[in-house]
Design a protein around this ligand. Structure first.
Ligand code: PLP
Length: 398
């Protein structure tokens, strides 16, 4: 990968704007072209053969590699302080590639007990069909984590902050514990983005993202990526994605790279809005509780301060009027969109117990803290006064 950042230290805002270009610009273009081609001609038969063996660099066929897709892979790898990236058709394709690409029959995978729903289902239901065992643990509890790791899983998979409970796991401690037990640490960094948190810097081995969310940021494309440092994992994952075909398309990559360019601007605004709205909600008489990693009363606020550069754009909260109040609030809003997904420039709000987490059995939801009154709020880039006014008018009728 071309590394334009090696000469001077570049800050994350600058990297978001510049990281990831073509290795060889064609006409000095500022924005990398969309190489909308499925295949690439070879200058001669010998070079064609050498490209196939890998003896010579160069493109062969877009499922195996494409310059526009590679520009995005490089951008996210640089932002995560990684050495390589593999882009995929969706976030779930990235997560599946790590799990199915690295695990084998009889391996054990240990996962956080509060995960994005389909990640939980793949680990709990799909992997066992191939003889891969799975266990779940609250990774924010380091004693429980150490105990679970004693079974020596091949891989530990976690999210921090978690969805939708926004619990924080100490990444450096989790990495140390995982490595002490011979396990790899894989982190789904979708909620934080590399702008707020870089798990590889805390010694995680592999990071996955749903690029659909804040990295793209415009609620208009699906995509995923896997990032790491160790070339051995790159070879294994790249091989798996190329063979099984869950690759990213060049047009998809171009759109997402365009979104990455404004990552810092969008996140600065969204997280400033989130902090202000978390404070507004905490003081509102109809709001029973608020969870936001940036609030000093968040149970793991100190860990969040240590390992995050910013506290992100996600807030969860509940109303004194419980589930009926939560549903009334969603129906009363006039500006904030009632929709699942997150990380777009527009604010999105939803009710996890009946929407994103409806598939989790009710007793398990209660145990995880996904209560009936919980509202999950992805704060966007609108004027904060407009968002506050919308919440205020909606709360008045709850
Ligand atoms: C959305 C999401 C995913 C899945 O991503 P898709 O792009 O929808 O496949 C995985 N993990 C987290 C935390 C997510 O929010």
């Amino acid at each position: 990968m071309a590394d334009k950042s090696s000469e001077i230290k570049r800050r994350p805002e600058t990297l978001a704007v510049h990281a990831g270009g073509l290795q060889q610009p064609v006409f000095g273009e500022v924005s990398p072209p969309i190489f909308q081609t499925s295949t690439f001609t070879f200058p001669d038969a010998e070079i064609g053969a050498a490209r196939f063996t890998g003896a010579q660099p160069g493109y062969v066929y877009t499922r195996m590699g494409n310059p526009t897709v590679q520009a995005l892979e490089e951008a996210v790898a640089v932002l995560e302080d990684g050495h390589w990236g593999v882009a995929t058709a969706s976030g779930m394709a990235a997560i599946s590639a790590v799990l199915f690409g690295l695990l084998a029959t009889e391996d054990l995978v240990l996962a956080g007990d509060c995960l994005y729903g389909p990640s939980y289902t793949v680990i709990a239901r799909e992997l066992p069909r191939f003889g891969i065992r799975s266990r779940f643990v609250d990774t924010s509890d380091l004693n429980a984590l150490a105990q679970a790791l004693a079974q020596r899983p091949k891989l530990l998979f976690l999210e921090t902050p978690t969805n939708p409970t926004l619990q924080i796991t100490d990444l450096a401690a989790a990495a140390r514990l995982a490595h002490d037990h011979g396990s790899l640490l894989v982190v789904d960094n979708t909620f934080a983005t590399p702008y707020c948190q870089q798990p590889l810097v805390h010694q995680a081995d592999i990071v996955v993202h749903s690029l659909t969310k804040a990295l793209n940021g415009h609620s208009d494309v699906i995509g995923g990526v896997i990032v790491g440092r160790d070339p051995a994992w790159h070879r294994q994952i790249k091989r798996f994605v190329t063979l099984t075909g869950g690759v990213m398309d060049p047009h998809q990559a171009w759109l997402i790279l365009r979104g990455v360019r404004t990552l810092a601007l969008r996140l600065e605004r969204a997280q400033a809005n989130a902090l202000a709205l978390a404070n507004f909600l905490a003081q509102h008489p109809k709001v029973a509780w608020v969870i936001y990693p940036g609030s000093p009363d968040h149970p793991q606020h100190q860990i969040a301060r240590q390992q995050m550069h910013g506290f992100g754009f996600m807030i969860s909260f509940g109303l004194t009027s419980g589930r009926p109040g939560a549903l009334a609030l969603l129906n009363n809003l006039k500006l904030i969109n009632l929709a699942v997904s997150l990380g777009g420039v527009e604010s999105l709000i939803q009710h996890p117990a009946s929407m994103t987490h409806a598939g989790v059995p009710a007793p398990e939801r209660e145990r995880l803290g996904i209560t009936e009154d919980m509202i999950r709020f992805s704060v966007g880039c609108e004027a904060v006064a407009d968002l506050e006014a919308d919440l205020a008018q909606a709360l008045a009728g709850c």
